[in-house]
Design a protein around this ligand. Structure first.
Ligand code: PEP
Length: 231
């Protein structure tokens, strides 16, 4: 299983260091060698963390090496911290920060060119979900516009927007059906995201075609994230 923690706009460099220290102490002894852990702290918390038990990536970056892009961070800044893993297409970036599919596809192409590991996020609104699986799939497939789905170093995170941060998880049937359909379209590891927590990880991770989880709220403290990872 793949366990990815998205801190969003939470944690500082100091609290991230403390978090990773706690994680490392426990994972060193108890991590299943088949599991893989990714941590996505905010950009200001990047530092020289090194561990074979987890990989630190970024929640976002600008698709450029360096230059005049006020407020953005490019390859040069990521390289300082040996970052080569990135989340692209998260619904908060699409919906709150206004990233278009075209911009997302450019970002994907750029970081693909650099050989980054990409966790590419897709997901539908509640309105679309209520129209049924055909509408859901039509929408999800449209989020692959401009994306090279043959890139061998990427994974997909299916995150229904209505399940993110709401405490409302998609049902086992909804996840099963959606992941089965997605697998036909893109043969890459599939993560589920949306209110994953200690209480539902066993059920979700047992679903065929769920190869991992992307976790927001329940990843914010090391104890609740470890509860997921070591369930
Ligand atoms: C997310 O935003 O990627 C996410 C899955 O958040 P949460 O776990 O809080 O629903």
């Amino acid at each position: 299983m793949i366990y990815a923690a998205n801190f969003k706009t939470n944690h500082t460099r100091q609290s991230t260091r403390e978090y990773l220290g706690k994680l490392q102490a426990k994972l060193l002894l108890e991590l299943n060698p088949n599991d893989k852990i990714y941590i996505f702290p905010p950009l200001t918390a990047l530092d020289e963390y090194s561990s074979s038990d987890f990989t630190v990536g970024v929640q976002n970056a600008y698709p450029v090496e360096k230059g005049a892009f006020t407020g953005e961070v490019g390859l040069e800044q990521l390289a300082e911290f040996n970052i080569n893993t990135i989340l692209i297409g998260h619904s908060e970036r699409r919906d709150i920060l206004g990233e278009s599919q075209e911009q997302i596809a450019k970002k994907f192409a750029f970081f693909k060119e650099q050989g980054f590991k990409i966790i590419y996020c897709i997901g539908e609104s509640l309105e679309i979900r209520e129209q049924g699986i055909e509408s859901v799939m039509e929408h999800l497939i449209s989020q692959f516009d401009g994306i090279d789905t043959t890139y061998e170093n990427f994974m997909v995170a299916y995150e229904p927007i209505w399940a993110i941060g709401t405490g409302r998880t998609a049902s086992v049937e909804e996840i099963t059906q959606t992941h089965n359909e997605l697998k036909k379209v893109v043969d890459r590891p599939l993560l589920y995201g949306g209110s994953v927590k200690g209480a539902n990880i066993a059920q979700i991770s047992a679903i065929e075609n769920v190869n991992g989880v992307l976790v927001g709220g329940a990843s914010l403290n090391p104890e609740s994230f470890l509860e997921l990872v070591l369930h």
